[in-house]
Design a protein around this ligand. Structure first.
Ligand code: FES
Length: 124
């Protein structure tokens, strides 16, 4: 088994495999992201990690890209190769899937956080 030097990889992709993301195809998304990395010959430079819930279930399936700390949302398997290409070209903020970059004030989400939604229904 080969050992990858995780200190020197160019990108680390944290793909959420929590319950809400798994309900909307995160397993196939994870496989498609890994396949795309291989097809684009980025295997030595990229590493993927499956995570538990990372807190954006309403935007599932989601992925966080390090070291930029950019978050992508609503990822579909058929778009994974394009998404990996955008990541490698440094164009994640132009992506249709861009959700948030750590340190910014705005989140590009149409969703209402689940807690707020529950409160809205309870107040009616
Ligand atoms: S399960 Fe993926 S963000 Fe919550």
């Amino acid at each position: 088994m080969a050992v990858k030097d995780l200190i020197t990889v160019k990108k680390c992709l944290f793909i959420c495999n929590g319950g809400s993301c798994m309900k909307v195809d995160a397993e196939n998304v994870t496989q498609a992201i890994r396949k795309s990395i291989k097809e684009l010959n980025l295997d030595d430079q990229y590493h993927t990690v499956r995570t538990k819930c990372i807190g954006r279930c309403d935007d599932a399936p989601v992925m966080m890209i390090a070291p930029e700390n950019v978050w992508l949302q609503n990822i579909k398997t058929e778009q994974c190769k394009k998404i990996v290409s955008e990541i490698d070209a440094g164009k994640t903020k132009d992506s249709n899937h861009f959700l948030y970059q750590f340190g910014e004030n705005t989140i590009a989400s149409d969703s209402i956080p689940t807690k707020k939604r529950k409160n809205q229904f309870n107040n009616k």
